[in-house]
Design a binder for this molecule. Sequence first.
Ligand code: FAS
Ligand code: PHB
Length: 389
Amino acid sequence: MRTQVAIVGGGPSGMLLSMLLHKQGIDTIVLERRTRDYVLARVRAGVLETGFADLMREAGVGERMDREGIIHEGASFAHPGGQFRIDFEKLTGRHVMVYGQTEVNRDLFEAREATGATTLFECKGVKPRDIDGEQPFLTFLHGGKMNRLDCDFIVGCDGFHGPCRQAIPEEVRTEYEKTYPFGWLGILSETPPIAEELIYAASERGFALCSMRNENLSRYYIQCRLSDSPEDWDDDTFWEELIRRIPETAAETLVTGPSIEKSIAPLRSFVCEPMRWGKMFLCGDAAHIVPPTGAKGLNTAASDVHYLYHAMVQHFIESDSQGLEEYSARALARIWKTQRFSWWMTNLLHRFPEQTEFDLKVQQAELAFLAENEAAQRALAENYVGLPY
Ligand code: FAS
Ligand code: PHB
């Protein structure tokens, strides 16, 4: 087998990149470890930056998103001192789109299948080979036999646990990591959302987030201990705790119901530098992880895709490799800004076990300043709707 760009991972990064390159006549093959259904069963991101939505449209995959996605022009923030709304549209002229990552991946799978391009599911033991040589290739088990895929370039869209980042020699890689002393317990329920927009709550009992997927599918999160497991939280216990953490006015409109998905995600920040080694590039969670507080995980994967897509087009169509040379530095410059914003939002809205009384007073003052200062709100809004690519 041979292709121009071999993509490891059929999540949103890999599928969006493959569709964008396909539209430019650049051949790709996607190798995915899991089944198609397994990938679609994962419940993850829900908020798309303007840039992500534009990339979906550019890939020719934006029609259902534009029809079923929900435009959000702002979000509310609740804290012991009160509740306030930040108007993204007024402050930045832009908004976000609420449309679940599951639906993004479904649209990308269907669009790719319609092109007839190759996506292989249930590929085991994918291994990048000769990535710093002239003829990179991948080996993998599929259909009961070992396979080889020769290519011009490999793109690791294989998430945090994939093999591509590890294929960069340890002495070449610099990895930055920060772990947070809590996780997010998330549930999905087939109930109408509590409000028209998201509510981020920084309560004395810990963080909570009221989000949604559509008018009858709600997504809620509460900060929980790292030692917790979903089994520790039956639905009634979850709803009771959520009600304690959100404003009374919101709690009055809460419609509870059975959870159809319940999971805990630990919060951490991670960046690998560089995002290129020889003929292999990293994209998305393969290179970086952010706490979901600022809704930047999926959206930062999209900016990597944007940079790499344009660099690949420049190389294959204009025979100019400058974009590929600059990819890692350009992607990392924006990645660190989203790392900062996600770290800042997480510190602003969560209770930390080791917080002192002074720390709490400073946190409350930060929230009070955000509630009253337009410049502070504009800074949050610019980051939330998406910094420029
Ligand atoms: P992904 O991890 O989505 O996809 C990588 C793909 O590579 C997977 O399909 C995997 O099966 C495949 N793969 C792995 N190893 C392989 C191998 N050896 N061979 C072949 N394929 C392999 N972001 C937000 O913005 N908001 C959120 O609320 C949010 N919640 C999250 C909750 C959880 C539990 C997790 C883990 C992440 C969450 N994120 C959230 C971040 C998430 O949305 C990621 O940013 C997004 O999935 C990144 O997409 P990819 O880079 O494609 O990586
Ligand atoms: C979600 O809807 O899953 C979501 C929304 C905003 C966030 C994190 C997750 O900051």
